[in-house]
Ligand binder design. Structure first.
Ligand code: GDP
Ligand code: ZN
Length: 344
C-alpha cells in the first residue's frame, strides 16, 4: 500500500447522507466510506455514549450555547467518531470522479456543536468543521469606524480556541483617524499579525492571499467592512459561494446547516457562513478569560487573591500593569466588559 498511486490524500469539502466531496491534488472526488470505516464509526459512536469525553480544559467551561471548539491531542483520540468537513483523509480513486475513503488522518482541532437535547446523546459531538486553523478578523479603518471592543472579543475567542488570528484593516485608501494607527501598533506589539488592505489600491491583498495558502481559514468581522470585496479580489466569485453576501438582511443566502469548505486556487480552504456562525457563538468561561488576553499572561498568578477577577480588586497585578502603562487601558476595559457579560 505504500505509495499506491490510486491512494490520494485529500480534504473533505462537504458531506451529506454518507456522500463526501473530497479535494485532492487530482481534482474533487465524490466518495463514500469504505465498509470497515463505517463499522469503526458505528462502534466509536456507541462507545462515546457510555464514556465521558476525555478533554479537561473545555469540559470545565460553562457554555451558554452549545457550540464549542476543542483542541485534542491526536493520541488521546486517534479516530474521530464521525467524518467531518475539514478532515484529512486517504482516498482510493475508483475512476475519474469517484473514490472510497479508506482512512481518516488525526484531527488537529474541531469546531463542534454539542447535542444539548437528550442526555443519552449528550456526549455525541457533531463536528461542524475539523482542522480550522486560522481566523481572519476584518475591520475597516473607517466607514464603518472600527469597533475595537468587538475585535478584542474575537481575539479572545481565537485564543480560547487556539486558532491563529490575523487582523485585517481594510479601506486603507480612505482618510481615517490616527487612533486606528495606534490600535494597529498595539495589536502588533502584543503579537498579532496586522495586514492593511485596500481593494481600491490593491495594498496588502497579495500578503493576505499568501497568508491563506495551505490553511483552513474563516473570514469574519462586522458588515460593510469589505469582507466580500476582499474575498472576491483574492478569488473571483468566492464570496457568493461561501455565503458572504452583503444583502439587506445581512444574513447571506446560505440555508444549509452543514459547513462547506471551498478550495482556493493557490492552495488552502475557506469555510462558509455556517462555520462563521459557530465561531461567533463561542462563549468563554470568566475564569479562562484573562488568559485569552495574551498580554495579561505574564501577570497571571501574581495577584494578591488567587481568585482575583482583575476587575477592581486590591493587589491585582494586571490592574497594576495598567496603572504602570504596560497593559493598554482600553484592552483592560474590553476584558472587563466581556467578563461582566456586557453588550459589545
Ligand atoms: P462586507 O459586508 O464586509 O462583505 O463588505 P462589502 O465587501 O460588501 O463592502 C462594503 C462596501 O465597502 C462596498 O461598497 C465596497 O465597495 C466598499 N469597500 C470594500 N473594500 C473597500 C476598500 O478597500 N476601500 C474602499 N474605499 N471601499 C471599500
Ligand atoms: Zn488580578
Amino acid at each position: 500500500m505504500i505509495n499506491d498511486p490510486a491512494v490520494l490524500t485529500g480534504v473533505v469539502l462537504s458531506g451529506a447522507h454518507g456522500i463526501y466531496d473530497v479535494h485532492t491534488d487530482e481534482g474533487i472526488l465524490r466518495c463514500t466510506l469504505r465498509g470497515k470505516l463505517k463499522k469503526a464509526f458505528a462502534q466509536a459512536v456507541k462507545a462515546s455514549t457510555s464514556k465521558p469525553r476525555p478533554h479537561k480544559f473545555f469540559d470545565s467551561m460553562p457554555f451558554r450555547r452549545t457550540e464549542r471548539i476543542e483542541k485534542r491531542n491526536s493520541s488521546e483520540n486517534p479516530l474521530p467518531t464521525r467524518l467531518a468537513v475539514g478532515d484529512y483523509v486517504k482516498v482510493r480513486r475508483l475512476d475519474v470522479s469517484e473514490g472510497w475513503i479508506e482512512e481518516i488522518l488525526p484531527r488537529q482541532s474541531s469546531l463542534s456543536r454539542q447535542d444539548a437535547g437528550s442526555t443519552e446523546k449528550k456526549n455525541i459531538q457533531q463536528t461542524m468543521l475539523a482542522n480550522l486553523d486560522q481566523v481572519v478578523l476584518v475591520f475597516a479603518a473607517t466607514q464603518p469606524e472600527p469597533h475595537f471592543g468587538l475585535l478584542d472579543r474575537y481575539l479572545a475567542i481565537c485564543e480560547a480556541a487556539q486558532l491563529r488570528a490575523l487582523i485585517c484593516l481594510n479601506k486603507a485608501d480612505l482618510p481615517y483617524d490616527k487612533r486606528v494607527d495606534e490600535a494597529a501598533e498595539l495589536y502588533r506589539r502584543i503579537g498579532y499579525n496586522v495586514i492593511w488592505t485596500s481593494i481600491v489600491t490593491g495594498q496588502g491583498t497579495d500578503t493576505l492571499y499568501a497568508s491563506l495558502k495551505d490553511h483552513t481559514s474563516l473570514f469574519t468581522g462586522p458588515s460593510g467592512v469589505g469582507k466580500s470585496s476582499l474575498i472576491n479580489v483574492i478569488e473571483p466569485g468566492m464570496a457568493l459561494r461561501i455565503g458572504m453576501i452583503s444583502d439587506a438582511t445581512g444574513k447571506g443566502r446560505h440555508t444549509t446547516t452543514g459547513t462547506t469548505l471551498y478550495p482556493l486556487s493557490e492552495g488552502g480552504w475557506l469555510a462558509d457562513s455556517a462555520g462563521i456562525r459557530a465561531l461567533a457563538a463561542w462563549n468563554i468561561a470568566p475564569e479562562e478569560l484573562a488568559a485569552c488576553f495574551v498580554e495579561f499572561r505574564p501577570y497571571l498568578g501574581e495577584c494578591l487573591y488567587s481568585d482575583c477577577s482583575h476587575i477592581d480588586e486590591e493587589g491585582c497585578a494586571i490592574i497594576q500593569a495598567v496603572d504602570d502603562g504596560v497593559i493598554d487601558e482600553r484592552r483592560h476595559r474590553s476584558y472587563t466588559r466581556i467578563y461582566l457579560g456586557e453588550e459589545r
